[in-house]
Design a protein around this ligand. Structure first.
Ligand code: NDP
Length: 463
């Protein structure tokens, strides 16, 4: 006879974002009694102040270039202006709709949803901060995500982050984005496209560290050509206010090399950190790593057996589809007796900069390091649309192949719609496609993507 302790819930999820909500719904569908607590708005970073509003802003910012290009095709278009408040209101309406869907779906799946901050008070205990109620659960899942990080420099409080940029009252006339990662290049492109005078200040020699070198250099040049003032090797030192107005106006940014820049708004896009502060995890013995991330094993279990964690709070691969997969694998493992891990390799990803980046698999340098001898196929071309639009921006496509097996290890694209193309390429790479498979595929004509199957001659081999 077992002596099972009884709990209020089988599963208590802290965090109503992509990973937490997916896990809660699937666990409930598997027969578990589930509750979720979210302190801000259901939907999490992706829906409320990340991927979704960002992509809506990306669409808005692209019209600028479209109007320009249209002239080459015979259209006489003169945009009368851009209404920032209208865009923000439309975005707010859409994210409210999506947030409500998240909440509704939790209810439909039979989960209890609390709109409250929850903290961990024991290996099987949670406290709802506002209600003051203590709840017990057999398993606790932490899915609280991350939050923007600002470097510790003088005047950092004068700058905003991606948390605030979506709700600015007005479009800044001059903005400086600090950083060179995903968020920095995406927001510099958005704000530039919407009409702000935009500076991107990055401490490194080329944006998007970790991406393929050709893509990094190509994007840096293309952003400059599109009007972003890209300042490289520019490490921020302090921000100073030059007049009594708000943060939309009158700031001076000082760099480590002694140079200065007068700007309006400063936006930090200097990374994100796990949101574990004050969650009570240390007090119950959950091991935390760098920047407070929850240390988990490949099944997302923390050092306390009843506590699991998925998504950005574990700082593995900080992408929405990964959090969703980790949430689903957690449910398979804990509630379906089917231990499941998430494969973190060959993840297709896009950076919605302008131009866009799509990438899957290894970069040239990673492939060389891991496989020793590689063939590289590279093409830079003028897409058909530009022949008439008068744009001079070239598209870059690069295929990295292991020489011995001829397996395609990575594909990197810089150009329009590269994210869309890369999703499909992800299937091919996951299936282990070889260069011969690419060659055997008939071109879809006329398209830019056909270049991927018509690059017959290798550009070079390495080492
Ligand atoms: P990233 O880690 O991508 O980039 C952070 C940037 O800030 C880097 O360029 C880094 O420089 C720089 N930086 C860090 N610390 C300092 C400092 N003290 N002073 C100056 N610069 C600094 O973070 P993001 O904030 O851009 O994005 C967070 C994560 O969110 C991404 O990693 C990604 O996983 C996810 N994301 C995904 C998107 C997508 O899929 N399209 C879109 C947006 C976000 P250095 O390179 O030198 O370290």
């Amino acid at each position: 006879m077992t002596n099972e302790q009884s709990f209020d819930y089988d599963l208590f999820v802290i965090g109503g974002g992509s990973g937490g909500v997916r896990a809660a719904r699937l666990a409930s569908q598997a027969g578990a009694k589930v509750a979720v607590a979210e302190e801000y708005r259901y939907g999490g970073t992706c829906v409320i102040r990340g991927c979704v509003p960002k992509k809506l802003f990306v669409y808005a910012s692209r019209f600028h270039g479209e109007f320009e290009d249209a002239r080459g095709f015979g259209w006489d278009v003169e945009p009368k202006g851009f209404d920032w408040t209208k865009l923000v209101a439309a975005k707010d309406k859409e994210i409210s709709r999506l947030s409500q869907i998240y909440l509704t779906n939790l209810g439909k799946a039979g989960c209890t949803a609390f709109e409250d901050r929850a903290v961990v008070t024991g290996p099987n205990e949670i406290k709802l901060v506002n209600e003051g109620r203590t709840i017990s659960a057999k398993t606790i899942l932490i899915a609280v995500g991350g939050t923007p990080f600002k470097p510790d420099l003088e005047g950092a409080e004068l700058g905003i982050t991606s948390n605030e940029v979506f709700d600015l009252k007005t479009l800044p006339s001059h903005v400086t984005v600090i950083g060179g990662g995903y968020i920095a290049v995406e927001f510099a492109s958005i704000l530039n496209g919407l009409g702000s005078k935009t500076t991107l200040a990055y401490r490194g020699p080329s944006v998007l560290r970790g991406f393929d070198e050709d893509v990094r250099d190509g994007l840096t040049e293309a952003m400059q050509a599109r009007g972003v003032d890209v300042r490289l090797n520019a490490s921020p030192k302090k921000i100073e206010k030059t007049n009594g107005k708000d943060t939309n106006d009158g700031l001076v940014l000082h760099f480590e090399d002694g140079s200065t820049l007068e700007t309006g708004l400063v936006m930090f896009a200097t990374g994100r950190v796990p949101l574990t502060k004050g969650l009570g995890l240390e007090t119950v013995g959950v091991a935390l790593g760098r920047n407070g991330k929850i240390e988990v094993d490949e099944f997302s279990q923390s050092s306390v057996p009843s506590i699991y964690a998925v998504g950005d709070v574990t700082d593995r691969v900080n992408l929405t589809p990964i959090a969703i997969r980790e949430g689903a694998a957690f449910v398979e493992t804990v509630f379906k007796d089917n231990p499941s891990k998430v494969d973190h390799s060959q993840i297709p990803t896009a950076v919605f900069s302008q131009p866009e980046v799509g990438t899957v698999g290894l970069t040239e340098e990673q492939a060389l390091e891991q496989y020793g001898t590689i063939d590289v196929y590279k093409s830079q071309f003028n897409p058909m649309r530009n022949t008439i639009s008068n744009s001079v921006e070239r598209t870059l496509m690069k295929i990295i192949v292991e020489q011995a097996s001829q397996k395609v290890l990575g594909v990197h694209i810089l150009g329009p719609d590269s994210g869309e193309v890369t999703q499909a390429l992800g299937i091919a790479l996951k299936m282990g496609a070889t260069k011969a498979d690419f060659d055997a595929t008939v071109a879809l004509h006329p398209s830019a993507a056909e270049e991927l199957v018509t690059m017959k001659d290798k550009s070079y081999s390495r080492p």
